[in-house]
Ligand binder design. Structure first.
Ligand SMILES: C[S@@+](CC[C@H](N)C(=O)[O-])C[C@H]1O[C@@H](n2cnc3c(N)ncnc32)[C@H](O)[C@@H]1O
Length: 314
């Protein structure tokens, strides 16, 4: 077994490999050093256990244990769980989602950073199977209250149980640490009770994002770059409140095309990539460069269309 068997890099349209159809799917969000994830995978060999973690360092630590133990039923995804769980998992496909000791972000101005903020209840209600459970542990009573209030209020979810200082079979590094220090631990069990679906933001294929401009734009790459980013060497755009993008300047690629460095956000989810501008005798092609293939979110599409528009209007 090697890294490639364990780490999943979803395709730009956020598809995961189809495997072990019919096997129960379990997800752990923010698995940290991977103690719980590894124990869970060993306890449930018939299940496919997905770990979603934003920290590369944690990913590497858990990965080496998974490989060393030859755990064939673990898949790891690196990135923000708020985005990846919504975009990569289908409705009614997951049996249980675990999240232990998420960063509570206690300051009000940081509230949006909580995994459980904005829209997370809809994501759970979508991807869990009916009867499926979101299991959360926290040492912050106020945070448990908040999650209970927000998730419990969703039409397709209900609080199934709340326990104080319950000793679980499987524990995490933080759980053991807080228990040793005598802290209170709050466990919430939120159950999905009805069908629900949230819209996904990723759609279409890489080819759908190509824009062909005829007649041809100038073949001079420097002129082409200035057309996109203006005299200042950078330019920005936005669509509504949720989609923002910025062009940071162009690079001449080895194949004689122009790569426009682009950064974009969709409802706070950030991606960096290059828009490729190919000057041909008959037309100019504006498309996604395949190297840092981003997920196909609305802001990525708007950015490509914006490059094409700037070239057309020059
Ligand atoms: C306090 S640690 C808890 C780790 C582990 N669950 C435990 O109990 O020992 C919180 C973990 O959540 C991860 N995390 C924070 N925000 C995240 C997000 N949006 N998506 C995925 N993981 C996240 C952090 O990188 C960190 O590893």
């Amino acid at each position: 077994m090697n890294r490639g068997d364990v780490i999943l890099r979803p395709t730009p349209d956020c598809r995961l490999p189809v495997e072990r159809e019919g096997a129960p799917r379990l997800i752990e969000i923010g698995f940290g050093n991977g103690d719980f994830l590894v124990d869970l995978a060993q306890k449930r060999p018939e299940a496919l256990v997905y770990g979603v973690e934003v920290s590369h360092m944690c990913l590497e630590k858990a990965l080496s244990r998974v490989v060393r133990l030859k755990l064939g039923n673990v898949r790891l995804l690196c990135g923000d769980a708020r985005f990846l769980v919504r975009e990569c998992f289908a409705d009614d496909s997951v049996e249980r989602i675990y999240m232990s000791f998420p960063c509570p972000w206690p300051k009000e101005r940081h509230a949006r950073r909580r995994v459980t903020s904005e829209g997370f209840s809809g994501v759970l209600a979508s991807v869990l199977k009916i009867g499926g459970v979101f299991e959360m542990a926290t040492d912050e009573g106020w945070y448990a209250d908040e999650v209970e209030r927000i998730l419990g209020a969703h039409a397709a979810l209900k609080l199934a149980e709340r326990r104080l200082n319950f000793r679980r079979d499987l524990t995490t590094k933080y759980e053991r640490k807080w228990l040793d220090m005598g802290k209170d631990i709050h466990h919430l069990y939120i159950e999905k009770t009805a069908l629900w679906s949230v819209p996904r933001m990723v759609e279409g294929s890489v080819e759908d994002m190509h824009v062909r401009i005829a007649p041809a734009a100038p073949v001079d790459l420097e002129l082409l770059d200035r057309t996109v980013t203006g005299r200042t060497g950078s330019a920005q755009g936005r669509h509504g409140e949720d989609s923002h993008w910025a062009f940071r300047g162009g690079f001449r690629a080895a194949d004689g095309t122009l790569l426009e460095e682009t950064i974009c956000t969709d409802s706070g989810y950030e991606q960096k990539f290059y828009v490729k501008i190919v000057s041909k005798p008959e037309c100019t092609l504006v498309k996604l460069d395949g190297v840092f293939a981003p997920f196909l979110t609305p802001a990525v599409r708007f950015a490509i269309e914006d490059v094409a528009r700037r070239i057309q209007e020059r």
